[in-house]
Design a protein around this ligand. Sequence first.
Ligand SMILES: Cc1cc2nc3c(=O)[nH]c(=O)nc-3n(C[C@H](O)[C@H](O)[C@H](O)COP(=O)(O)O)c2cc1C
Ligand code: SF4
Ligand code: SF4
Length: 260
Amino acid sequence: MKNSVYFFTGTGNSLHLARTIAAGLDDCEVIPICKDADLTIPPGRDRIGFVFPVYYWGLPAMVADFLRKAVFPAQDNSYVFAAATFGALTGNALPQVKRLLRDKGITLDYGAGVRAFANAVSFYEMKKNVDKITGKADKRAQKLVEAVAAKRRKKTGNGLRQIEKVYRQNIRQFAERAKAYTVSADCVSCGICASVCPARNIAFSDGKPVFGNHCEACLACIQHCPERALNDGDKTQNRRRYTHPGIGYKTLAGYYRANE
Ligand SMILES: Cc1cc2nc3c(=O)[nH]c(=O)nc-3n(C[C@H](O)[C@H](O)[C@H](O)COP(=O)(O)O)c2cc1C
Ligand code: SF4
Ligand code: SF4
């Protein structure tokens, strides 16, 4: 493989973008950032990329942790890029990547946000016009794909101190987030929720999901449940569900299984 693109996702926007980038490069593997991900970045890559959603104007905890612990090959001179999918504001997500890489002596050559479908169903009713929004996101992605293929460079700023504080307060509570999730009588014990959980935070007891305390708040379980049996407390019962139209649960689960 000449290129490697890592992704973290809940509802598929970031995996879809990672696959789009990979399709625009000659020879590229797409690798999940999930529980027990291999922390060794393979040597000899032309390009190494990281694609993830923005959470509270910053990085998903698992992505930050991966970048903190990842072992990069020495003196490889790979082109390193990052792409953040987001609904409204990227905030400090890209500056956080820049800092985490800089701590390892790696330069972030190119960082960009790609506006996508806003998926945070716990906080609001999501939009109806999925095809229009995901179509627009695809168009925006083309610019990024061209830039990465051409190994263009773009400076990433240092971010804002004020929003870093909000991010840190919120991200700390995420691990326990799924403790508020409820399972209704509509659950048919299909196991899909567990298969799409990047944190392997879902076990089963008497055929029903039970949540641990390693949640990433990615919402994959709630959004992918075919019976709408999972909810965030009493907030989501009457709200729509969303997953990227190009990324079904089988595709997502396939990446996690391959990593086991
Ligand atoms: C817990 C949570 C927090 C989020 N915070 C932000 C945010 O701060 N800014 C923003 O623009 N979008 C935010 N979003 C929306 C996602 O970043 C956006 O929908 C993203 O494309 C989802 O990617 P995915 O489909 O790969 O999971 C948030 C979503 C979740 C689930
Ligand atoms: S995805 Fe939904 S129906 Fe399937 S096991 Fe999970 S909660 Fe039950
Ligand atoms: S329990 Fe649900 S929200 Fe939490 S990490 Fe797993 S799939 Fe995501």
